[in-house]
Write a protein that binds this ligand. Structure first.
Ligand code: EPU
Length: 423
């Protein structure tokens, strides 16, 4: 398994280009199953999660071609069974359920297993499919969906922790080819849901209200091919802003949508950083030690759970006590014990991390546990004294395109040690 080695204490400066959004690209690629025609998707990031999704689409019968950031897919004839050996590698595989049900009126997809950031149920996805007149059952570890006819309906997808992003995506995709009108109440309003809706609209779907808490979909007979460019990854952008805040002098992010980053940029401004926000770029000037912050993760436009770990790393060196409360995935604190191994003073009070700022952290061998936790450890390594060795970096490769190369381009002393078995 590859490792990332970070030698702390080197200031970051310069410009970094943000890649296409992983969490937009995954459901958009799945949505190409809704048509027999060719779809062309640009700005698809080169990530292991994307490779898994392309493998699933190929196994379902689609012709997939990839040339740098552009993926061309034609799913002329498809099977409806997504096998465990690929699906188990990535939880987001569940987002082929909606397109398969919409197009073929049936789907068999292996149920995603446990996840280190907490329980990841799909009850709300199934509630939505059931409302559209599909039956669902779990058999031998698979979710099986079937519908003689898909019929539009009104369904509320708000769960105990708020709306569901992939659940909204899934039901919206199935509903594009249902008979009649579907209304999703309590829908997720994340920019990635809007990006998917925009792609579906280009394919001929009739969708209104994406980006609000109520989406209306009028079913159509069929969808056609379309071309689309995936939005910039707001979480990759937020991670580089946090890196710049931790270790930067002045760093500019290019190809960003600042509107999608308001919660993060507002937090950084509250932390005392100077931000110059333009149409599609953001420059952060670091002021050294941040002021302490109180953050609560919430559905969009609230502070994103996917930035919680990185802000935890930043606030380890704030001038006082910060608190971060996790409301979306209350167990998502695996990075805390690893940051403590680097000297951080953090305690957990229920779903809140209480972070008392310290002036120095020290490099250590640490273990990446999930995607965003790994990013937090790399960020902490940028300012820790000595060397930080981040193990199990396959987690980071799931969601950050060349993070080591991009940070090195900004002046970080960072290298990847390839495992001997790697090809
Ligand atoms: N939930 C349910 N029932 C469901 C679905 C979700 O109770 O049927 C709960 C979850 O347990 C959680 C909350 O609802 O407490 C929100 O989960 P959501 O369904 O929105 O998560 P997701 O769609 O599976 C996406 C992103 C995650 C991101 C979350 C929240 C993708 C591929 N994944 O997951 O991204 O954290 O939304 O914004 O889009 C990441 O990129 O690191 C990542 C984990």
């Amino acid at each position: 398994m590859d490792k990332i080695i970070v030698h702390g204490g080197h200031q970051l400066s310069g410009t970094v280009k943000i890649s296409g959004s992983k969490n937009s690209a995954l459901p958009i690629l799945a949505a190409t199953l809704l048509t027999r025609d060719t779809c062309v998707i640009h700005s698809v990031p080169d990530l292991s999660d994307i490779h898994y999704m392309l493998q699933i689409l190929s196994r379902l019968g689609a012709q997939v071609e990839r040339a740098s950031g552009t993926v061309t897919i034609q799913a002329e004839d498809i099977s409806t069974v997504a096998p465990y050996d690929i699906v188990r590698k990535m939880r987001a595989s569940v987002c082929v359920l909606g397109p398969l049900l919409g197009r073929a009126r049936e789907a068999t997809v292996s149920l995603p297993g446990g996840c280190v950031i907490g329980d990841r149920p799909i009850d709300l996805h199934l509630k939505g499919f059931n409302a559209l007149n599909a039956t669902s059952r779990i058999e031998a570890g698979d979710v099986k969906l079937f519908a003689n006819e898909l019929k539009g309906a009104t369904v509320n997808l708000e769960g105990r922790q708020g709306p569901t992003v992939l659940g909204t995506d899934n039901v919206m995709m199935a509903a594009t080819l249902a008979e009649g009108v579907t209304v999703i109440e309590g829908s997720a309003a994340e920019p990635e849901v809007v990006d998917l809706a925009n792609f579906l609209i280009k394919m001929g779907a009739k969708i209104e209200g994406a980006g609000t808490r109520r989406i209306t979909i009028e079913g159509v007979k069929e969808l056609h091919g379309a071309e689309h460019t995936v939005i910039p990854d707001r979480i990759e952008a937020g991670t580089f802003l946090a890196a710049a805040a931790i270790a930067g002098s002045e760093v500019t992010l290019r190809r960003v949508n600042p509107e999608h980053l308001n919660a993060v940029t507002n937090a950084l401004i509250d932390g005392g950083y100077l931000l110059d926000i333009r149409k599609d770029q953001i420059t952060l000037r670091s002021n050294g030690t941040p002021r302490p912050l109180e953050l609560i993760t919430d559905p969009y436009p609230g502070f994103p759970t996917d930035m919680q770990a990185q802000m935890c790393a930043l606030l380890c060196r704030a001038s006082g006590e910060s608190r971060i409360t996790e409301k979306i995935f209350p167990q998502r604190f695996m990075h805390v014990s690893e940051l403590k191994r680097m000297g951080a003073d953090i305690s957990l009070d229920g779903f809140t991390a209480v972070i008392r700022g310290i002036s120095d952290m020290s490099g250590a061998p640490v273990m990446a546990s999930d995607l965003r936790a790994s990013a937090a450890l790399v960020l902490a390594g940028l300012v820790a004294d000595g060397m930080t060795e981040v193990n199990r970096v396959y987690h980071i490769d799931r969601g950050y395109e060349c993070i080591d190369e991009k940070l090195a381009g900004l002046g970080a002393h960072i290298e990847r040690l390839k495992s001997k078995s790697a090809s």
